[in-house]
Write a new protein. Structure first.
Length: 552
């Protein structure tokens, strides 16, 4: 917040890595309290904070710029911290004429480096202000429940804006001319620190008031309003030498420019004298460039006129390249058009170092306690999260172990079932092995089945797929199907077979009562092709057996 006597300019800045984004900006006019109206600073702050709720969570930096402010360079020998604080305190007291009043001023200092003129000494920027001027502002902010994080002289915050300039070397001596509405502030920087500052009692309103004077043209008096003067400044600026023959609402621009000339000469004269004084003081130090900020910097043609008058390059301060504006293109254009009057509030928003703070110690302790509380809360949060993670991890491991145990129990049960199945299969295998062994023994003891199987395997028709073979004796077969087959066999075999099958007689001539020892074989199968007559096929098979010589 760039908090002056006539207005409050504010800017909310968000840092996103190395990028910067402007979330909100604006300007509120402070008027004197009058009967029936309350436009004092308190009301202005209430409006700002009610319209920008984000400000309640932001770090608020206040810029000081008043008559009760001191910013100067001092050189001190090697001192301890306490002696250095006392020396800076006495220096500020002398400048403010507050000597002997222990609690009358608030001060701080920033080291610059070794003093090139006095070996062994160190240069410091010492600054301070009356406590009353600071407490007035902090009290108004406290009414809105805002504790400022830092209070710093505005001219010292300009070093942040200096760092955003792309063509300035660290060793260059550079100047800023902040043209406000009522006054201007000239600041010179050397090695990145304030080296000289001076207040000039010329502001943008002086140009406006000059334009509102009466212009006589062709026997007619022409006078502009304040609003018309503002339009003229933005559209034509300081027109002398740039607008020959042009008119503005009935008056030549050269006539209007003539009315502005005394104000311009006062401004350029004060700047020129300040530069000369600075050169004499610093032994010929040259200012490389002068940059313009403030609402009055929008006066058209001002950089060219100043550059000609003071014989020094003068530029409008550019918008930082890494700066973005939230709210779209329209909002971005609005910020660019009002950048010069918000440049000081931007430089305050860029202030991030804790050094150089004029905030009273009591308020600084509030922030210290708040920071401790945040760290405690963070530690508690981390502890709770750690406990939750530990609980979750333990629960997950327990669940995993339970799942593994259930799986192992299932595997164990399956293993027991498999063991029982294996035992049962082993028993069946032993039974089958025993049965097969008995069959093999019977086959070995009786050669007839082997002979039959060999016979069949050699003479079986190629178009017959064997499905069943039965070997037995005639007495043991009762199947009609088999008896029919035997009848067919006897018919096909003929008399020769009958002779072979005749029962032998005993030596006594009586019939042998012993059963026949003939082997009967039943063959069942399926033909791969259609058989016209099964009996012919059987006969052919029997003939093939007869001719084989394998039958006994």
């Amino acid at each position: 917040m760039d908090w002056g006597g006539q207005s409050v300019k504010y800017l909310l800045l968000r840092r996103i890595g190395s990028r910067l984004r402007v979330e909100s900006f604006g300007r509120a006019q402070i008027r004197q309290k009058t009967e029936g109206a309350d436009d004092t600073a308190g009301r202005v702050l209430r409006q700002i904070f009610s319209q920008n709720r984000q400000f309640n969570k932001a770090k608020t930096v206040i810029g000081l710029d008043n008559a009760n402010l001191v910013v100067k360079r001092e050189t001190f020998p090697a001192l301890n911290k306490k002696e250095l604080q006392q020396s800076a305190f006495f220096s500020v007291q002398r400048e403010l004429n507050k000597e002997g009043e222990e609690a009358a001023v608030t001060y701080d200092f920033i080291p610059i480096g070794p003093d090139s003129h006095t070996p062994g000494n160190t240069e410091y920027v010492v600054f301070g202000a009356t406590e009353e001027s600071i407490l007035v502002k902090t009290a108004l902010l406290m009414n809105e429940k805002i504790v400022p994080a830092k209070i710093i002289p505005s001219i010292m915050a300009l070093r942040n804006l200096l760092a955003t300039l792309p063509t300035v070397a660290a060793t260059d001596a550079v100047g800023f001319l902040d043209i406000g509405s009522q006054k201007s502030l000239l600041v010179f920087f050397k090695n990145g620190q304030v080296d000289f500052s001076r207040e000039i009692i010329v502001g943008g309103d002086d140009f406006s008031r000059a334009i509102t004077g009466t212009v006589f043209h062709e026997g007619r008096a022409i006078q502009y309003s304040y609003e018309e003067a503002q339009i003229f400044k933005g559209k034509y600026g300081y027109p002398l030498g740039y607008s020959e023959g042009m008119m503005y609402r009935g008056a030549p621009l050269t006539e209007v420019g003539t009315m502005m000339r005394p104000v311009m000469e006062r401004l350029t004269g004060e700047v020129h004298r300040s530069i000369g004084f600075y050169r004499d003081k610093t032994g010929g130090q040259k200012i490389s460039k002068l940059y313009l900020i403030g609402g009055g910097a929008k006066l058209k043609h001002l950089p060219e006129v100043l550059s000609e008058k003071i014989e020094m390059p003068v530029f409008l301060t550019p918008v930082p390249k890494n700066l973005r504006v939230s709210g779209g293109k329209e909002r971005e254009k609005a910020f660019e058009s009002r950048f010069y009057e918000n440049a000081m509030s931007l430089s305050l928003a860029l202030e991030s170092t804790p050094a150089g703070n004029l905030l009273p110690k009591a308020y600084q302790r509030i922030h210290t306690i708040s920071s401790i509380q945040k760290y405690v809360n963070l530690a508690l949060f981390v502890g709770v999260m750690t406990a939750c993670l530990f609980h979750y991890s333990t629960h997950s491991r327990l669940s995993s172990l339970k799942t593994r145990i259930v799986t192992m129990e299932k595997r164990a049960a399956e293993s027991k079932n498999n063991v029982r199945r294996y035992d049962a299969c082993s028993g069946d295998r032993e039974k089958q092995s025993a049965a097969l062994k008995r069959i093999n023994e019977k086959i070995v003891q009786n050669e007839a089945p082997i002979q039959v199987l060999r016979l069949i395997s050699q003479k079986l028709p190629h178009d017959l797929r064997l499905t069943d073979v039965t070997i037995g004796s005639e007495q043991g077969w009762v199947s009609e199907e088999v008896r029919t087959m035997l009848g067919v066999f006897k018919e096909v075999a003929g008399s020769g077979d009958e002779k072979k099958k005749a029962k032998p007689k005993t030596k006594t001539g009586s019939e042998d009562t012993k059963p026949s020892n003939q082997i009967l074989v039943s063959i069942k199968g399926k033909s791969r092709a259609s058989i016209p007559d099964v009996r012919i096929s059987v006969a052919e098979f029997m003939i093939a057996l007869e001719n084989s010589g394998l039958l006994e």
